[in-house]
Design a protein around this ligand. Structure first.
Ligand code: SF4
Length: 259
């Protein structure tokens, strides 16, 4: 299994486990990862966020041009995307023009591919910025990460680079009043002398009440799929993920397992 970086601003379309035929948008550098988390399972590898080189992020105007051309090219073909998905080499909401870019993307989608939904895969770290929260409310699939309800697990698993706490994250997720999708990756393994496992009864008993109060449209549950920077991580079985999903469903919340 290998680490993956996206070498383009607009990539694909690719088939996504979660979003169908998906045209990806990478608002991060095309040659390195940039994120304010450092998840031990990240398919883009470790976060280095080097200070030596100036961070070069794509221009809003370039996205308008490339996305418009791509959607026109795909229109009416079997690859016309089900979704335009902000993902890529790190956290998309870090881009300083994120809110404006969402507005541009909605306008371009409405013009060239009105049936395509817009999704953002985010770690939810920038929700303290009102313009980010408002932009996320405008997209059809606002997919926000919540891997655990326990602070110490959050620190080991997601390694937020700021002062974000689970308590703060939870408050911000609740503020969407249900207009969001929760994404949770389940994993276990050794890292840095610690055994991490967010599938234990203690973990589920902390995570599930938060999910219930957040009341998302649904919960996306998934395991690691490709390369991870920590080699000793175990892929959780489909059976175990389904058992967790059943617990979520007992709270009246829709859940999908993407194995
Ligand atoms: S938030 Fe996403 S991009 Fe950032 S480290 Fe975690 S998995 Fe990787």
């Amino acid at each position: 299994m290998s680490i993956i970086l996206f070498d383009k601003l607009v990539f694909g379309p690719v088939y996504s486990r979660r979003l169908g035929i998906s045209l990806g948008i990478n608002l991060l550098p095309v040659d390195s990862k940039y994120c304010n988390f450092n998840c031990i399972y990240c398919e883009c590898g470790w976060t280095k966020n080097g200070k030596k080189n100036k961070l070069i992020l794509p221009k809003r105007s370039d996205l308008v041009k490339i996305l418009s051309e791509k959607l026109q090219e795909l229109r009416g073909t079997i690859n016309e995307p089900d979704a335009i998905t902000f993902a890529g080499n790190g956290e998309p909401t870090i881009h300083p023009d994120f809110a404006g870019i969402i507005d541009d993307t909605i306008a371009i989608r409405d013009k060239y591919s009105p049936h395509t939904v817009i999704g953002v895969l985010s770690n939810a770290s920038m929700l303290h910025k009102q313009e980010v929260t408002e932009a996320l409310k405008k997209v059809e699939k606002n997919i926000l990460k919540l891997d655990t309800g326990i602070q110490s697990t959050f620190e080991m698993l997601n390694q937020s680079q700021g002062s974000l706490t689970i308590e703060k994250l939870f408050e911000q997720l609740v503020s969407f009043e249900g207009k969001l999708i929760i994404q949770t990756l389940f994993v276990r393994g050794n890292y840095n002398g610690h055994y991490i496992d967010n599938t234990t009864p203690e973990e589920i008993n902390a995570w599930l009440p938060l999910v219930k109060k957040i009341c998302p449209e649904y919960v996306m549950i998934y395991p690691i799929d490709r390369g991870t920077p920590v080699k000793e991580l175990e892929k959780i079985s489909e059976k175990e993920l389904n058992q967790i999903a059943e617990k979520v469903k007992t709270k009246g919340i829709k859940t999908e397992v993407y194995f």
